[in-house]
Design a binder for this molecule. Structure first.
Ligand code: F6P
Length: 526
């Protein structure tokens, strides 16, 4: 089935070898940071974001080779395919056109010969009308009470984006009225039921496939709970809406047709927050802010499409990631937002990056002998500083970091914002420069030379977050194109689902003895 594993992306062998050679060259960030023109060439700005990669272990020669790598990958063709509905997720036989969801003009985009722009507009209007009704207090529950609380049931792409953005953008008061249930662990439902009055909750079942076991189990349990507080399932359904690309399954589940919000198979789950999957976000922040989110993403898309590689934020971020992963061979990368409101951003980017680019087979079905997506992890600063930064500064291995900071303070307590941002910059300097040799003891020594980028948002608002998320999406896209992988499928999650299905239905034939013992201990094996 497979030929020899590929040692480098096809057609890139020469540049790949040159980059491998360059990576052997010893250099220290303390010196690189003093290079003339470092700021001009390694700090870029667009669509409300400032991207500083001056503290990456890249010099002008390696940067030029990386740019050649990108330009050699026919990126122009790929990016135009993406925005014009021509990019294909070949293993799932679907188009990839989520960028159409944020387009700000009426230029037709065809998928299988059909213009999707008016279809998107119609569904968005349906969502906005619903938001108006909710915000006007017109939606009523089983006891006639106004629905004023939201329960979002979904997992992965049907949870992480809505949860991350609602937490980042909604006021504390609004946040207290939105609850996210993703894990199938019954403890989540118990905790929720102790907090909310179910008869006043709008229940949103979010699932692209409408067949995800966690989501359907949670939805069923919540419905049973609601049934027990009213006159049965039919009455309870008035509090439920579904967002899905699988209309028939939602109908079969019992959701009335007019309470189903659609999206389409050409929107990947982890790219879906721009679609009706954004409903909880729009309910919490309002339709004007939701429009700003789309406008921010569109601004980044336009920058990406129209800017040469050396000044292109997503492209340069992608190349930095490739340099760190393939040539300096760093296996992971940490994302540290210095903004507590972005507490769910690392988990969101984890899915975006790792589910997209955690692949070991090329689009032509060849095994790869070169690295693809890194392990992504992180938490907010300054919390991380008091937990794991010790290892980042003095541990044996190196983890590149993306710091994310906010320029304008969005709360009234200025001195906190000052301390927060000073800490962020201090960490990037300490990691890059180190302590120098003049320390008394080896345990006080910091070697430095540990790379990071810093991404600044002018403000923590919908526009800038739209731009930031699009920046990461496009970065991951560029990396996938250069690595010649399919960034839009996720076959790696299927086997575990299949085995779990057979275990929950007690089909344990052929299972190994140690796993059988585990099942026995868990009383899952009859
Ligand atoms: O199992 C992975 C996955 O398919 C993700 O890609 C997706 O975001 C998540 O499950 C949820 O899927 P759905 O929206 O179909 O319930």
């Amino acid at each position: 089935m497979y030929k020899e594993p590929l040692k480098a992306p096809i057609g890139q062998e020469k540049i790949w070898a040159q980059l491998q050679n360059k990576a052997k060259q010893k250099q220290h960030l303390a010196n690189l940071l003093q290079q003339p023109q470092r700021c001009q060439q390694y700090q870029l700005e667009a669509a409300g974001l400032f991207f500083d990669f001056s503290k990456q272990l890249i010099n002008n020669e390696s940067r030029d080779l990386l740019i050649a790598l990108a330009d050699n990958a026919k990126l122009d063709q790929h990016k135009s395919n993406l925005v014009n509905g021509l990019y294909q997720n070949i293993t799932e036989r679907r188009a990839v056109v989520h960028t159409a969801l944020r387009t700000q003009n009426n230029k037709p985009i065809l998928v299988k010969g059909e213009n999707i722009v008016p279809i998107i507009a119609k569904e968005r209007q349906k969502m906005f009308d619903f938001v108006d009704q909710f915000q006007a207090g017109l939606l009523r529950g089983v006891n006639g009470d106004t629905l004023d609380t939201i329960i979002n049931i979904g997992i992965g792409g049907s949870d992480l984006g809505p949860k991350m953005l609602t937490t980042a953008l909604a006021t504390a008061e609004q946040c207290n009225k939105v609850h996210f249930i993703s894990n199938v662990d019954g403890a989540c439902i118990n905790r929720l039921l102790a907090t909310v009055d179910l008869t006043k909750c709008l229940i949103i079942i979010q699932s692209k496939s409408f067949s995800t076991i966690e989501t359907l189990t949670n939805a069923q349990t919540i419905l049973e709970q609601l049934n027990s507080r009213c006159q049965g399932q039919k009455a309870a359904m008035q509090q439920v809406v579904a967002v899905t690309a699988n209309h028939d399954k939602a109908v079969a589940f019992g959701i009335p047709v007019k309470q189903i919000f659609a999206f389409w198979d050409w929107v990947g789950g982890r790219y879906s927050l721009w679609s009706s999957i954004g409903l909880p976000i729009a309910l919490a922040i309002g339709k004007q802010q939701f429009k700003q989110l789309l406008a921010g993403a569109y601004a980044m898309d336009q920058h990406f499409l129209n800017t040469p590689t050396a000044a292109n934020l997503p492209k340069m971020a992608a190349l930095v990631g490739i340099w760190n992963r393939n040539f300096l061979q760093y296996k992971d990368y940490a994302l540290i937002p210095y903004a507590e409101d972005l507490t769910h951003l690392p988990a969101y980017i984890q899915q975006l990056d790792m589910e997209s680019n955690g692949k070991s087979v090329s689009i032509d079905n060849q095994l790869l002998d070169y690295a693809t997506g890194p392990v992504v992890w992180g938490t907010t600063g300054t919390n991380g500083q008091h937990a794991f930064f010790q290892l980042l500064h003095q541990g044996i291995s190196t983890t590149p970091i993306d710091f994310i900071g906010i320029i304008a303070n969005d709360h009234s307590i200025d001195n906190h914002h000052h301390i927060l941002n000073a800490n962020m910059v201090a960490q990037s300097i300490a990691l890059a420069i180190g302590s120098g040799k003049s320390v008394q003891n080896p345990y006080q020594y910091y070697a430095g030379n540990r790379p990071s980028s810093t991404i600044l948002l002018n403000k923590l608002d919908a526009f800038h977050l739209g731009s930031l998320i699009a920046f990461f999406e496009l970065k991951v896209f560029v990396q996938g194109v250069i690595w010649q992988i399919n960034s839009f499928d996720q076959w790696g999650v299927e086997l575990g689902k299949k085995i779990s299905e057979s275990l929950t239905t007690s089909q344990t034939n052929g299972i190994d003895p140690c796993s059988a013992k585990l099942l026995q201990k868990l009383q899952l094996h009859h």
